[in-house]
Design a protein. Structure first.
Length: 147
């Protein structure tokens, strides 16, 4: 193959003499291609920007579940704390009820009901007091036997 040349090699080795008309046509063609090349470059740049924006949006879409989960946990935390306090209060109240409630068969007498009503914070209604009963002796009675 040392002595042989391909068609491409022979074409490139031969001098290219262009006529002035061909040079003018090439210049016109270059001027027409230049705006097309410019438009193509602008379109390629916009395509690259769009692809970059798509990649950023896809990454954001992947993060959305984690964002919502964190936000949900932040809003749920005070509710859980309140629920825990309410459960503790409930347990305390049940314990107080067990301490205050009489055991079956147990009789509790209240010797000083005024003192217990102020300590519980529970105000019981007061019954109206009766007028004192006046006892009458034999001398106070009037009737046929009194004479």
């Amino acid at each position: 193959m040392a002595g042989r040349q391909t068609v491409d090699e022979t074409i490139t080795e031969q001098p290219f003499d262009a006529t002035p008309a061909e040079t003018t046509q090439e210049a016109d063609q270059n001027r027409q291609e230049h705006p097309l090349q410019l438009a193509l470059a602008i379109a390629e740049r916009k395509l690259a920007e769009a692809r970059l924006q798509i990649a950023e949006l896809e990454a954001l879409l992947e993060d959305i579940p984690e964002i919502f989960e964190r936000k949900f946990e932040q809003r749920l935390q005070p509710v859980l704390e309140r629920q825990e306090r309410l459960l503790e209060d409930k347990a305390d109240l049940r314990q107080q009820i067990q301490l205050l409630a009489p055991v079956p068969g147990e009789v509790r007498l209240r010797f000083n009901p005024g003192a217990t009503s102020t300590t519980n914070g529970l105000a019981l209604p007061q019954l109206p007091s009766r007028a004192p009963i006046r006892r009458m002796g034999r001398a106070d009675r009037q009737g046929p036997r009194a004479a």
